[in-house]
Design a protein around this ligand. Structure first.
Ligand SMILES: [Fe+2]
Length: 608
């Protein structure tokens, strides 16, 4: 029967849209077809839907959006015998509001290790795709289209398979084709038929966007048939759709730039919002600051505060459609007088390991630091939005909603606009300085030039020259000194290594010249403390203390086989550190992944 249909189709399908064959399955995604927690199929299987779905008109038809909370899965078991076998056409009218690496529109498949079977129409972060496995190939072909889709726009996305060729169509036109699969579609024994998500037995990535309509045929449509179907609805692709994203925090409120009488409160929402920042000396937060600018990113400053004082704050954000997002009350503390004792945490290179990063942030919070310093590589890939919204902010929230954080850019940030969108640091943001108690920090972007004559070198010289701070601290990502095995020459294969980053080594001349006390770096994912170093030589006193504290989560690295003279202590392992300063006393402690102290240092300025 299916083969007969296939023959029928290849001959008559030019009139597909006018005189279309009957689909095997069809979902018209409108609220009126939602009944008792199911989207009732026009043909085929009803889909289970547990959460409320937003609706908007597309070409005058009220269509369902999926806010990315759940995929719509067939409410009864679907056997592979009920799926198209010898030929397939799947077509859909959909929009993507959130570009994700593994997105699904509709599918019935398994893609687990060596077991690849079934098919899935979907998308990655930029393109639509069809994945399909056949009897003639043990692996699935993921055919990626060449059209780059725009979020928030409706597309006609379709795919066909006729037993010899897999074809993907976007807006009626052939977008990609492959002859890698041959013969009948190979199905898994067990799978779930799912719309609005990429779903197999061990993965479930819900779709965020509008789903207007989906068809499945056990026939292979021709190019003309697909083009015809598109023509009938192409006016829909011109419409601007309302985003279906759930109104949530992309970045829950976090603190930056505390002074004795002000603090920065930053947060970001998935949709543009206005709102209110509430604050006060009690948890009632009786004072308000209106957030009038409609934006996803909010950077507010509370002013008129008393030094060294605990305050409370919370936020309310309101989307354009009137949804309200409230946070629980949190706390902050203003900076103390210049002669006050301070303590701060250092967590670096959290990149791509939110589990460990969260552990470190939780340990650090338990020590009640005044603030957090991050020497770079907050994310694994700074250009990947999800690395901010799913890795960095959720893992650090426990700490940065209570204490201000002071980051610098690592190489993994890739200078991405997201860094600048989320942060609110003094211009130009990639370098800046701040004071806290007796310390002044000079925050440098070591991805940029640090050599004499460079913008940052000149700026730093000017700033160090005028600094009156008792303790001068430098923070940048790349280490001035490191005994790492292979970042500065492969010490397992040669005896040549620069033992540190030469760009910042050039800048360290200024550190010696202007009495810098301590330098904090990351980049190398292990721990290292130097002896005091002055002008490139180890000294007993009067030099600079260098630390590499890059163990916040990134994959671990290790030291080369022989000890350089600057090395005091080196350790492979995830960690965070605390620094405590009281007048002339400097204390430093490093803690491992179990929260146990593994290195410490205490000296007084007189001893220095
Ligand atoms: Fe790095």
């Amino acid at each position: 029967m299916k083969r007969l249909c296939f023959i029928y189709l290849t001959s008559v399908l030019t009139a597909w849209a006018h005189n279309a064959p009957s689909p095997l399955m069809h979902w018209d995604c409108q609220k009126k077809f939602l009944k008792d927690g199911e989207l009732v199929a026009q043909k085929g299987f009803n889909l289970k839907i547990n959460s409320p779905l937003p609706e908007q008109k597309v070409a005058g038809i009220p269509s369902l959006g999926n806010p990315g909370k759940e995929a719509w899965i067939a409410s009864q078991k679907v056997s592979k015998l009920q799926m198209p076998e010898l030929a397939l056409t799947v077509s859909s009218w959909i929009s993507v509001d959130k570009a994700i690496p593994t997105g699904g529109i509709v599918g019935y498949f398994q893609d687990n290790g060596n077991s690849e079977s079934g098919w899935v129409l979907g998308y990655d972060k930029e393109h639509f795709s069809i994945g399909l496995a056949s009897a003639g190939n043990q692996r699935m072909t993921y055919l990626q289209g060449k059209t780059k889709y725009q979020t928030g726009k409706l597309y006609h996305v379709a795919a066909t398979y006729d037993g010899s060729e897999l074809r993907l169509y976007v807006n009626g036109k052939l977008d990609a084709s492959s002859k890698d699969q041959t013969g009948a579609i190979r199905y898994p024994d067990q799978a779930r038929l799912a719309l609005a998500g990429y779903v197999d037995s061990n993965e479930n990535f819900p779709h965020t966007g509008t789903i207007r309509e989906v068809y499945i045929y056990d026939l292979c449509a021709t190019d003309e048939g697909i083009a015809h179907e598109f023509d009938h609805g192409k006016s829909m692709t011109k419409e601007s759709l309302k985003p279906t994203l759930a109104f949530e925090h992309e970045a829950p409120p976090f603190l930056q730039m505390a002074t004795q009488n002000s603090i920065g409160v930053n947060w970001a929402t998935t949709l543009p919002s206005t709102g209110t920042l509430f604050w006060g000396e009690t948890a009632e937060c009786k004072n308000t600051i209106p957030v009038t600018e409609l934006d996803k990113f909010h950077h507010m400053t509370i002013t008129g505060l008393q030094p060294d004082t605990q305050y409370f704050y919370r936020t309310e954000s309101i989307s354009q459609s009137g949804n309200v997002l409230k946070t629980n009350v949190s706390t902050f503390e203003t900076a103390p007088e210049a002669d006050s004792p301070i303590a701060f945490a250092i967590i670096s290179d959290t990149q791509g390991n939110p589990k460990v990063a969260h552990k470190m942030a939780t340990y650090a919070w338990a020590q009640r630091p005044d603030f957090l310093v991050i020497p770079g590589d907050l994310t694994s890939t700074g250009t990947d939005h999800t690395h901010w919204t799913e890795h960095f902010f959720p893992s650090m929230d426990v700490l940065i909603k209570r204490v201000p954080m002071y980051p610098v850019l690592g190489n993994h940030e890739r200078n991405a606009h997201w860094y600048y969108d989320y942060m609110n640091l003094p211009d130009p943001e990639y370098y800046y300085t701040f004071h806290y108690g007796p310390a002044q920090f000079f925050m440098i972007d070591s991805n940029k030039k640090c050599t004499p004559g460079s913008e940052q070198y000149e700026w730093l010289e000017k700033e160090l020259k005028k600094s009156q701070a008792k303790w001068k601290m430098i923070v940048h990502h790349h280490p001035v000194y490191s005994s790492d095995a292979n970042d500065y020459g492969d010490l397992w294969k040669t005896n040549k290594s620069s033992r540190g980053d030469m760009n910042v080594r050039a800048m360290s001349k200024l550190y010696d010249q202007y009495g810098v006390d301590v330098v904090f770096n990351g980049h190398i994912h292990s721990y290292e403390r130097t002896w005091q170093v002055k002008e490139g030589k180890v000294v007993q006193r009067g030099g600079i203390q260098y630390f590499v504290t890059g163990g916040g989560g990134g994959p671990l690295e290790e030291a080369g086989p022989s000890r350089p003279k600057f090395q005091n202590t080196v350790k492979k392992g995830h960690h965070y550190a605390m620094v405590r300063i009281n007048g002339d006393v400097f204390e430093f402690q490093a803690y491992d992944e179990q929260g146990k102290l593994f290195d410490s240092l205490r000296y007084t300025r007189q001893q220095k």
